[in-house]
Write a protein that binds this ligand. Structure first.
Ligand SMILES: *Cc1c(COP(=O)(O)O)cnc(C)c1O
Length: 411
């Protein structure tokens, strides 16, 4: 999104205000061209004989977004059988889908076998049961390398007491199960958290990986997960992808020589591909002064965008109804009947009732975490792509609210 003297625009010149009035607020808008740019930026950062990007689709699973990602040549990382099905529906083949669940039942994993997707196993109990039932189905193992990584305690998943992955210290158990069941391990995976800024953390993870890879002679790929930090505050603080790409490429190319075989290197970005591509637009219902605050209340809340309340996520907020004029300080809140704060003491161009506010970085984990709390409708989703805009999910209505309720004839 950028502004000239009169208006705010998406990358290819479509006015943000026009989109807001055409589809009404609240609304999620995704810029497909930014998704493509981010994909290319990541892909081109590496110099590897085999490189694959698996989009971690839990960030945003709208089918049209999945199709853009597919057309780029990316594959999919999924965490539930429903995401697997959405991927198949969007046109990915089963070989292009990696299923990386955590703490799911063996039944759900059986469904993944039936669908023929790649499976990533993250605990010893399931590994053993899986090996006994499907000894001929090659699988990937999720390793927990125990490195502390990521933004805050709620999104860091690689530490010693994390529920994710099989501890690197349990390698002897893994090898015993593999030998006992005859399983083929064709991939190793790690994913240590989100918002990792330091390329040293990725390098540390890579070293740990490589130190155990020699125990698995049938590897076809190494999956390094994700965790790339994107910039939230317009300050440009994000993972230096070019620097990381160079360092990792050098290290892996060296490793392939000692391993005796070139492996596919996989990354699984969610945020990196879609976060900046999304903006959430909401209309100002009231401007309200209290003794110490000026509140801006919008026609939305944590039912549509919960990240600020859930893990103190920062979303930059801009008044797109004003391109000039004085800046003032406001606290932006939602209409949900409990504490529902999007941002405290933010500097915005003077806000009037009826103005449209844009919440940035709304592509990842925003619509996807939305709910019907307070019995409100989930918003619509719009795709801006190659100079045109398309409705890709309609706003919910009252029918949707009651459509799956059952009213027994007993009252
Ligand atoms: C959530 C998740 C990702 C994506 O993380 P981002 O921080 O959005 O890039 C990748 N891999 C796995 C296994 C995940 O659970």
């Amino acid at each position: 999104m950028f502004a000239d003297q009169e208006d705010y625009f998406f990358q290819d010149g479509i006015s943000v205000k026009d989109i807001a009035s055409h589809y009404d607020c609240p609304i999620y808008v995704y810029d497909g061209n930014i998704i493509e740019q981010q994909y290319r930026k990541l892909y081109n950062a590496f110099d590897l004989p085999r490189l694959q990007i698996n989009y971690a689709c839990k960030a945003l699973t709208n089918i049209s977004v999945l199709k853009i990602i597919k057309n780029l040549g990316a594959h999919l990382d999924t965490v539930s059988i429903q995401e697997v099905k959405l991927g198949l529906h969007a046109g990915f083949s089963n070989g292009q889908i990696m299923y990386t669940p955590n703490c799911v039942s063996l039944e759900e994993i059986r469904l993944a076998v039936e669908l023929g997707v790649k499976i990533n196993i993250d605990n010893l109990s399931i590994l053993e049961q899986f090996g006994q039932e499907f000894p001929n189905y090659p699988v990937c193992i999720r390793i927990n390398p125990h490195i502390l990584a990521g933004g805050n305690s709620k999104i860091s998943v690689g530490h010693i007491d994390s529920k994710f992955g099989i501890s690197i210290h349990q390698l002897p158990h893994i090898l015993r199960i593999v030998e006992n069941t005859g399983l083929t391990i064709d991939g190793l995976h790690m994913h240590t958290g989100s918002d990792i800024l330091d390329s040293g953390v990725f390098m540390q993870g890579a070293e740990i990986f490589l130190s155990i890879a020699n125990h698995f002679p049938d590897l076809d790929y190494l999956d390094l997960g994700s965790g790339f930090k994107v910039s939230y505050k317009n300050d440009g603080i994000e993972t230096d992808i070019e620097d990381l790409g160079k360092k990792l490429s050098t290290r892996f190319n060296e490793f392939f020589k000692s391993y005796g075989k070139v492996l596919n290197i996989i990354f699984e970005p969610g945020k990196f591909l879609v976060s900046q591509a999304g903006v959430f637009l909401a209309k100002v219902n009231v401007v309200k002064q209290t003794t110490a605050n000026v509140f801006v209340g919008v026609d939305s809340g944590l039912n549509h965008l919960i990240r600020p309340m859930l893990y103190d996520a920062y979303h930059r907020i801009e008044n797109i109804s004003k391109v000039s004029g004085p800046m003032r300080i406001y606290s932006i809140v939602g209409y949900i009947c409990e504490t529902d704060t999007f941002g405290v003491n933010r500097k915005l161009r003077e806000v009037n009732e009826g103005d449209i506010l844009a919440f940035h970085n709304a592509g990842a984990y925003c619509y996807q975490m939305s709910s019907n709390y307070n019995s409100r409708y989930r918003p619509a989703e719009v795709l801006v792509y190659n100079g045109k805009h398309h409705l890709i999910r309609r706003r919910e209505n009252f029918e949707d609210l009651i459509s799956n309720q059952v009213e027994p004839n007993i009252f």
